[in-house]
Design a protein around this ligand. Structure first.
Ligand SMILES: CCC/C=C/C=C/C(=O)SCCNC(=O)CCNC(=O)[C@H](O)C(C)(C)COP(=O)(O)OP(=O)(O)OC[C@H]1O[C@@H](n2cnc3c(N)ncnc32)[C@H](O)[C@@H]1OP(=O)(O)O
Length: 317
């Protein structure tokens, strides 16, 4: 079409090459034929993450260091935090798909980045001063992962191929996990001389509800495949490949995005809050939230839609 216009304008040198098309799509935020800007006034931009808006209210976050196997650097930890904080505040965003570009989901922490950061502690002689530097480093990494849990929008992770070390920390902080048949997982930290410290040891037992297998996986660092991940309940479904996984999970995301954002976001808040607290404390928390939220217009709209078997649109939250 661009070539036809150019011909009409007498621009004979214009070729509408692949390179031109790629740059045009980038300039105008077009991804897989979908105009990102159509749905969002503000799609955040990052160096290590790619953000697109494939469907209305559905944001897609992709780990985007494919040449480095999506290994997680200091910058990526920071950008994960900034990204999920920004999507939490973005009222256009109602649900998030998390996947990765390239051969593997992630090779875990980037060794070069870790060496560089931890060497800062060597500038000091004293253990307390060294520990303070490392405390800051660990907090920085933990914040990147915990930002998924702090984000009130549901996060659906799609894992393919290798998901190693920090990758397991990352996906256990997501709300729902799916994977491809070729996916495999490894709580690798003991192999690199570490006790995992950014979430796997806290979240994986709760996700899976089986402490015996979880402890075996964490003590041995043995790889486990998509079938075992599915049997354990780490993933909800296994798809043949990444394309079909993303296509199907997008449908689930669209379903979630069609619901009241008040209902969905407070459901996540309550689930996250209640996961490590007694039932009575969780019940008090949701009681306080719903004292206000039962007065929201979403409740009336949803009730009418249910009663009249019709659909309804909700205001952004
Ligand atoms: C305060 C700390 C908090 C966080 C802690 C987190 C801890 C962890 O994440 S522990 C786990 C660390 N990761 C690993 O041990 C994974 C190591 N990599 C692999 O096992 C394999 O590379 C993998 C199975 C992921 C992929 O295998 P494949 O055959 O497809 O590729 P390779 O030929 O092995 O690798 C290609 C190049 O990538 C480099 N590379 C791999 N992983 C990392 C990494 N984590 N960091 C930096 N670079 C990595 C690898 O050396 C190859 O480089 P080159 O030889 O230059 O091509």
């Amino acid at each position: 079409m661009a070539k036809n216009f150019a011909e009409e304008l007498g621009l004979t040198s214009f070729k509408a090459s692949e390179g031109w098309l790629g740059k045009f799509k980038q300039r105008h935020h077009i991804n897989n034929g979908v105009l990102s800007r159509l749905y969002s006034s503000e799609v955040p931009q990052f160096e290590t993450l790619a953000i697109t808006v494939p469907k209305k209210h559905v944001f897609h976050v992709e780990l985007n260091r494919p040449k480095q196997l999506n290994s997680i650097t200091t910058l990526m930890w920071k950008e994960l935090k900034d990204c999920f904080e920004s999507l939490n505040d973005n009222s256009e965003c109602r649900v998030i798909l998390l996947s990765a570009r390239g051969k593997h989901f992630t090779a875990g922490i980037d060794f070069n980045s870790l060496m560089q950061d931890s060497s800062k502690a060597e500038e000091y002689e004293d253990v307390a001063r060294k520990a303070k530097i490392l405390e800051k480093l660990i907090t920085h990494c933990q914040d990147g992962i915990t930002s998924l849990e702090r984000c009130n929008k549901p996060i659906l992770a799609v894992v393919h191929s290798a998901c190693v070390g920090a990758g397991v920390d990352l996906i256990t902080a997501a709300d729902v996990r799916y994977c491809t048949k070729d996916a495999w997982f490894q709580v690798k930290e003991v192999d690199v001389g570490l006790a995992a410290d950014v979430g796997t040891l806290q979240r994986l037992p709760k996700v899976v509800g089986n402490t015996s297998t979880v402890r075996e996986l964490c003590f041995t660092a043995r790889k486990f495949d998509s079938q075992e991940a599915s049997e354990l309940g780490l993933v909800s479904r296994v798809y043949s490949d990444q394309e079909s996984a993303i296509k199907n999970v997008l449908e689930t995301a669209v379903t979630i995005a069609s619901k009241s954002p008040v209902a969905v976001q407070n459901t996540k808040k309550s689930l996250v809050y209640s996961q490590s607290r007694p039932n009575e404390v969780g019940l008090e928390h949701i009681k306080l939230i719903n004292q206000a939220m039962l007065q929201s217009e979403d409740l009336k709209k949803a009730a009418i839609a249910q009663a009249t078997k019709s659909t309804t649109e909700y205001e952004n939250l």
